[in-house]
Design a protein around this ligand. Structure first.
Ligand SMILES: *Cc1c(COP(=O)(O)O)cnc(C)c1O
Length: 360
């Protein structure tokens, strides 16, 4: 960050932004990436790039963060919420098929906790119906589907470097452009509707207002912080994955005795150690466990509240009940997972859970 400051250019698209771009393009073979101020703004750019018209529908999971929905809603989409798979909070491909209409324009997927959605089936459905696929890859850094990096499969993808994610920059995000038709316009939207990016490359003689746009590029201070994280990516990931696997292994006996469910890793997905969760039998049991852990100074928290039944959306929701998502809303519980979590602390969490279910 001092180095960035010393260059005298703190606005966006300087040396550190380019280093981050080069890192992602080399490491994950993404054709083109653009750092953004957040995953939310990367999703907004995706919404603008697919050029939604009045009445266009976008199918997305109901079990997700509000940004997945807001980005498309703000740019004119009619939101169509889909249910999860029965045993995992990812969108169910057969749900997508059920919800497609002549007005469907795009499908947004969220790789919950960094475990891949069934992308072969989803891309197949999208191709059959001529739909765009956007990956909300906020959880999905350094994870893959059948060997392909997540974020590199849909037409567009959005990553987050928010404080709560694996690789962080305070606030920050990235748009991945896997379809070359979007590249030129994405650079313009990101630079307030001007062709400044092309101007800096010497491709045009002056920069002008050529389209709509906003300010979607982060400062060099943010990019420098992010770049330092990227230099430690393998170390950060190894630590988080070890924590994730240790929970999985240590909690397996309780899960086998039927006290709760553990995340199932499909053969096509990899673990990236973003979120570890258990699925409790009921909301009351989850509440009791949260309370029990809190008394032992363990912070375990639930996660998304299905968007179709949120205060903002429930009056306008016209679809069917989405029972799988409702079950994750009421029964999913996240356990502490962060880089600095040590073995003693993790054993304390695990022992406390054992104590809750089995008594002393
Ligand atoms: C964190 C998150 C976002 C938003 O990321 P920001 O970088 O904070 O905008 C969007 N979608 C999902 C699934 C997230 O977890």
């Amino acid at each position: 960050m001092l180095e960035a400051a010393a260059t005298g250019k703190l606005s966006g698209d300087g040396i550190f932004t380019h280093k981050c771009h080069a890192f992602f393009e080399a490491t994950y073979k993404f054709d083109k990436v653009l750092l953004t101020t957040s995953c939310t703004t990367a999703l907004e750019m995706a919404a603008l790039l697919i050029e939604l018209e009045a009445g266009d529908e976008v199918i997305m999971p109901t079990y997700t963060f509000v940004s997945t929905a807001n980005a498309f809603l703000m740019h004119g989409a009619k939101l169509v919420f889909a249910d999860c798979q029965p045993n995992y909070p990812n969108i169910a491909p057969q749900e997508i098929e059920r919800l497609i209409t002549p007005k469907t324009k795009a499908i947004v997927v969220v790789h919950y906790a960094g475990l891949a959605c069934q992308m072969n089936e989803i891309m197949h459905i999208a191709n059959q119906h001529g739909l765009f696929v956007i990956e909300d890859a906020a959880h999905a850094i350094n994870a893959s589907f059948s060997g392909k990096p997540l974020g590199g499969i849909g037409h567009l993808s959005a990553f987050s470097f928010h404080d709560t994610k694996n690789i962080i920059a305070g606030e920050g995000g990235m748009l991945v452009l896997n379809d070359p038709q979007f590249v030129e316009r994405a650079e313009i939207l990101r630079e307030k509707g001007t062709n400044r990016a092309a101007f800096y490359r010497g491709e045009v003689r002056k920069y002008e207002w050529v389209d709509i746009g906003s300010s979607y590029l982060p400062s060099e201070i943010t990019a420098a912080f992010l770049y330092a994280q990227l230099l430690h990516l393998n170390e950060i990931q190894a630590k988080r994955i070890a924590i994730w696997k240790y929970y999985q292994e240590q909690l397996l006996p309780l899960a086998q005795q039927g006290f709760f469910e553990l995340p199932q890793v499909p053969h096509y997905a990899t673990v990236n150690g973003h979120i570890f969760f258990i699925i409790c039998k009921s909301e009351e049991e989850r509440k009791a466990l949260i309370h029990f852990l809190k008394e032992r100074e363990v912070c375990a928290v639930f996660h998304y509240l299905s968007l179709h039944s949120s205060p903002y959306f429930k009056q306008q929701y016209e679809g069917q009940p989405l029972p799988n998502a409702d079950r994750f809303t009421t029964c999913l519980l996240r356990l502490p997972i962060f880089y600095a979590l040590n073995k003693t602390q993790q054993d304390w969490v695990i022992n406390s859970i054992e104590e809750f279910y089995k008594g002393n």
